[in-house]
Design a protein around this ligand. Structure first.
Ligand code: HEC
Ligand code: HEC
Ligand code: HEC
Ligand code: HEC
Length: 141
């Protein structure tokens, strides 16, 4: 049995969800477990904590026109590569201020943690996000 048949069966026996949720039921969804954002200074990130704050996907995920991506638009993507920040924010990005990983991530993550959401603030100290590397000291921390 292929994926399509399982999906069709799941939809047929589904919970009366509208057609608009078809893509969301079968496509890319926010990971339920915490992820590690890889790089020179890996950082931890948990979608569940953030969506529980009521944040829409488009708070962090936008398209090539900088338009916020909805859950439905994300579900319809062929793979997760289009969501990876560095797919666009790399040395070729038009705006030189948004080429470096640290600038892009810190702008998105740290600025909100400082401002907070409904009175809840996020961690702003390096070790609040960055995974502690036991082997060698983290430069700059
Ligand atoms: C709110 C979360 C958060 C906090 C707090 C934070 N960072 Fe980051 N930082 C990230 C994320 C996410 C990345 C992207 C992961 C990567 O590039 O390794 C990143 C990337 C970086 C990079 C870039 C690595 C590269 O490839 O160029 C450096 C350096 C860095 N952080 C240093 C720090 C220092 C120093 C502090 C404390 C003063 C700090 N960060 C606090 C989330 C955070
Ligand atoms: C607070 C910020 C934030 C919010 C809100 C958010 N995401 Fe993400 N998401 C991220 C970051 C950061 C990554 C990792 C990007 C990278 O590695 O470059 C990511 C990665 C993903 C991935 C790829 C996972 C993987 O393992 O490759 C999917 C799928 C995803 N998000 C879906 C969603 C959906 C659907 C929503 C809304 C329900 C959502 N995200 C809301 C920040 C967010
Ligand atoms: C499909 C391409 C693309 C992807 C993927 C992408 N961006 Fe962007 N991003 C843009 C464009 C285009 C702009 C607008 C640039 C400008 O205004 O000069 C932008 C602007 C930004 C800005 C500055 C304006 C603002 O919204 O605050 C930040 C910060 C940012 N992106 C963070 C991220 C993060 C974090 C991710 C990964 C979760 C990400 N971007 C993924 C294309 C992308
Ligand atoms: C729009 C606001 C917002 C953005 C954007 C955001 N955060 Fe947060 N984050 C929060 C708030 C608020 C909390 C505290 C949640 C609570 O206390 O329930 C938090 C908590 C956290 C925590 C500690 C709790 C946990 O989930 O483990 C980590 C780590 C974290 N964020 C990492 C990140 C990283 C990395 C990014 C960027 C990729 C990011 N956050 C983007 C608002 C945000």
């Amino acid at each position: 049995m292929n994926k399509g048949i399982i999906l069709a069966a799941a939809l047929a026996t589904g919970m009366g969800l509208g057609i608009t949720t078809w893509a969301a039921a079968g496509g890319l969804q926010a990971p339920t477990a915490p992820i590690t954002i890889e790089g020179k200074k890996p950082a931890k990130f948990n979608h569940a904590t953030h969506t529980a704050l009521g944040l829409a996907c488009g708070t962090c995920h936008h398209d090539a026109a900088h338009k916020p991506r909805t859950a439905e638009a994300i579900a319809a993507l062929p793979d997760a590569k289009q969501l990876a920040c560095e797919t666009c924010h790399n040395e070729k990005f038009a705006n030189p201020k948004l080429r470096k990983r640290m600038d892009v991530f810190h702008a998105r993550c740290k600025e909100c943690h400082q401002a907070g959401v409904n009175g809840k603030k996020g961690p702003t100290g390096c070790s609040g996000c960055h995974v502690t590397q036991k082997k060698k000291a983290i430069e700059g921390c």
